[in-house]
Design a protein around this ligand. Structure first.
Ligand code: ATP
Length: 215
């Protein structure tokens, strides 16, 4: 399939569409209109039509979109039809929680290898995932062809580990630490700062109360 360059905002909405379309499929629904979709996923229907047009998935007037066709389309784009192995570095409280959660119920992404500097946890299996010592990081990532890593290490260690990940040809990093990491522009970083997210939520509640919608 040819590479489709899609706007980042559109890419972020794809998993939302994908999840809802799966619900429709489970309910045996064959088609869906952009208005119906719009109400369910809380994205306005003009945006949905524009998003879908990037993929050449054009709904028919009076018919809407074919659920199965859309799903198989998104599946390819979202890589849901192939299993993506991900590494997790730092098996502390948050790391443990993510290992336990392990994404597989919702998607074809799973943490297949974990790493920790702590000798008490290295060479054990946690929630079904092998934990390797940090000395094996590069070797394991290359051998297992892992290109995505989740960082749940202390901030003091995060940049050094990032450099090691880059050296091991990692293409994407999900950074759970509050520190902004430096990477070459061939590597994409998603920052997830849970404390910050919660504080932002509290800030908005305190300052804007009930005036706010879902923005
Ligand atoms: P969390 O921040 O997830 O609540 P925690 O408070 O249990 O975790 P942290 O000190 O944040 O512990 O460390 C998280 C994990 O990262 C620990 O298991 C720790 O052993 C590991 N860790 C610390 N330094 C490194 C490093 N340089 N390389 C790999 N793992 C590390």
């Amino acid at each position: 399939m040819a590479e489709t360059k899609i706007p980042r905002a559109t890419a972020k909405r794809l998993p939302i569409y994908y999840r809802y379309l799966n619900i429709l499929l489970d309910a045996d629904k064959k088609r869906v209109s952009s208005t119906e979709l719009s109400e369910a996923v809380k994205v306005d229907s003009a945006t949905i039509r524009r998003d879908f047009s990037y993929f050449g998935a054009l709904g028919k007037r009076g018919y809407g979109y074919d659920v199965e066709k859309l799903l198989s389309f998104f599946k390819k784009i979202l890589n849901q039809d192939t299993l993506t192995n991900v590494a997790l570095i730092g098996v502390g409280n948050l790391g443990h929680a993510l290992l336990n959660f392990n994404f597989h119920k919702n998607s074809n992404v799973r943490i297949s290898a974990a790493f920790d500097v702590n000798e008490a946890i290295a060479n054990t299996v946690q929630s079904g995932v092998p934990v390797y010592p940090m000395t094996e990081l590069k070797k394991q990532l290359i051998e297992q062809q892992i290109e995505i890593a989740i960082l749940t290490v202390p901030t003091t260690a995060v940049q050094n580990i990032t450099d090691e990940l880059v050296d091991a040809n990692v293409k994407g990093i999900m950074n759970f630490t509050p520190l902004r990491i430096s990477v070459p522009d061939t590597v994409r970083v998603q920052n997830v700062d849970l404390t910050n997210e919660l504080q932002t939520l509290i800030y908005f509640i305190e300052h804007y109360g009930e005036q706010l919608g879902d923005h």
